[in-house]
Design a protein around this ligand. Structure first.
Ligand code: BGC
Length: 494
């Protein structure tokens, strides 16, 4: 074996995450999730969402939804037809970098409101114009769109449309927003532009995914869990209200208790921030140390798309800088060069789509691996050993991420005793990793199956389905619930 392959194989072994470690992770997750249900300020936030029922597909109406949480801002209107189907019109805008990390919250929210305005002018101009006319005529009659605001960051919710930002994640950093009600920030930007829109619901993307899956999924079974494995990772699930003991201490909380259940946004990206059970390599350590939020989102930093590319880059760079290996450096047998402007040298330079592309190439010629190295890293003419080394690392990093993803899933299934009571447990997932990384779901289910309290019989009951558009349809569904809940329109009545 060549020295390159040897070293890649050695590094890959550091990413092994065997069944006994998965099991330790599960036990710790159950412990941290119980802490989170009982009190504030724990690593797993276990945020009550005030959504107390899942849809059954018969819901109807026209709603607006916006989504802030990744690289793009999405605005959409959703027509729910009431027969498990919907139509969706949307626009997507890339969020300027400077608004994500250096501006003020006012700049950011005004930018969002302007995109809503542009969307309304294009797709709902009649409604928009009528509203403007009524305003000019001094007519106070209102015909507002109810909007579901998908805001995919940790928020302390105190009602279905109220919640203060706990911290930014995924590269966002606008300090003056932390501690403020993000619905109020959006509503005041909307009011400044006089738009016919009421922010009716605050929605985490995982909750949207759960709701959307429940609306569209076949059969009678409501969805139990929604999860995102994309730029970030997180999950939301249906919990018994009497287990969410910290709710009793929230004096200003309003919610319907008739179902006895409430969706919890776990914020599992922050599972085990103190690293008691999570696996760690030197690359994980360096990535965290150089990130803008060291010590938090430690689970997310090992699992989600925003970080896998950087883990790979750090491992490749170590092999590149090792004089005995000279990965991507010219040698007697190789003409490869790495240009100075290659993303190999740039922090966060590697996109996770590179991993998906490399993992998908199972051919002897590895043409797709070569194309990926050229497109993403500007590296041309790599040797076969170099391509093989990249493949070995990619596979190890991706597989560890997928196996880690089984930890929260297994823990939630065990702690809610869902597998004991139900024949089918429906799970909706979304995000670039489950969608594009080959066999991500397969590796995750394999690890789930290996957890003794789940086993083959338990894993068989778990029905996983991709739930696209959670942030649109799911948010619309929650806006619908919120707009119908009279206690929210008149909280004093409750
Ligand atoms: C956020 C979550 C979100 C997840 C997936 C994480 O970084 O903290 O709120 O659900 O990303 O988008």
């Amino acid at each position: 074996m060549s020295a390159l392959i040897d070293e890649a194989t050695r590094i890959a072994r550091e990413f092994d995450y065997p069944a006994d470690q998965v099991q330790r992770g599960v036990a710790e997750y159950i412990k941290q999730s119980n802490d989170g249900l009982a009190q504030e300020g724990t690593t797993l936030s276990q945020i009550p969402t005030f959504v107390t029922a899942v849809p059954n597909g018969s819901e109807k109406g026209l709603y607006l939804a916006v989504d802030l949480g990744g690289t793009n801002f999405r605005v959409c209107s959703v027509q729910l037809h009431g027969d498990t189907t919907f139509s969706l019109t949307q626009s997507k805008i890339m969020i300027p970098r400077e608004l994500m990390a250096s501006g003020t919250s006012k700049d950011l929210f005004l930018f969002l409101a302007r995109q809503i305005e542009a969307f309304l002018r294009i797709h709902h101009n009649e409604h928009f114009e009528a509203h403007q006319r009524r305003r000019r005529d001094g007519n106070n009659e209102e015909d507002l769109f109810d909007l579901g605001f998908t805001f995919s960051f940790p928020v302390r919710q105190c009602g279905i449309n109220r919640g203060t930002l706990i911290r930014w994640t995924k590269g966002f950093n606008i300090p003056d927003a932390v501690g403020h009600d993000v619905c109020a920030l959006l509503q005041s930007a909307i009011n400044e532009l006089h738009l016919p829109v009421r922010v009716a619901a605050l929605v985490n993307d995982t909750v949207g995914t759960l709701m959307a899956r429940s609306y569209t999924s076949p059969g009678e079974t409501g969805t139990f869990l929604g999860a995102i494995f994309g730029t970030g990772t997180n999950g939301a699930y249906v919990e018994k209200i009497d287990r969410i003991t910290k709710l009793q201490k929230m004096e200003d909380a309003h919610y319907d208790t008739s179902t006895g259940e409430m969706i919890i946004n776990a914020e599992w990206g922050s599972f085990d921030n103190h690293l008691s059970v999570l696996p760690s390599t030197v690359y994980d350590h360096d990535l965290d140390a150089d990130s803008n939020n060291p010590g938090v989102q430690m689970f997310e930093k090992r699992v989600s798309g925003m970080f896998l590319g950087e883990i790979l880059r750090l491992a490749l760079l170590a092999m590149h800088n090792n004089p005995d290996l000279g990965l991507f450096k010219p040698s007697k047998t190789s003409k490869v060069v790495t240009p100075e402007n290659s993303t190999l040298y740039r922090q966060w330079g590697l996109d996770t789509s590179l991993l998906s592309q490399v993992e998908a190439d199972n051919t002897a010629e590895m043409e797709d691996v070569k194309a990926a190295l050229k497109d993403h890293l500007k590296i041309e003419n790599p040797s076969n050993d170099e391509c093989q080394a990249v493949k070995i690392l990619v596979h190890a990093i991706g597989k560890r991420a997928a196996r880690l993803s089984a930890v929260p899933l297994a823990a939630i299934l065990i702690h809610t005793r869902k597998l004991e009571t139900d024949d089918i447990v429906d799970v909706g997932v979304d995000g670039s990793l489950v969608e594009f990384y080959p066999n991500f779901e397969g590796y995750m289910l394999e690890a789930l199956h290996e957890v003794p309290q789940v086993g083959a019989a338990g894993a068989k009951k778990v029905r996983v389905g991709i739930s696209k558009d959670g942030s649109g349809v799911g948010a619309a569904l929650i806006a619908l619930v919120a707009s119908k809940d009279e206690t929210l329109q008149n909280p004093s009545e409750k």
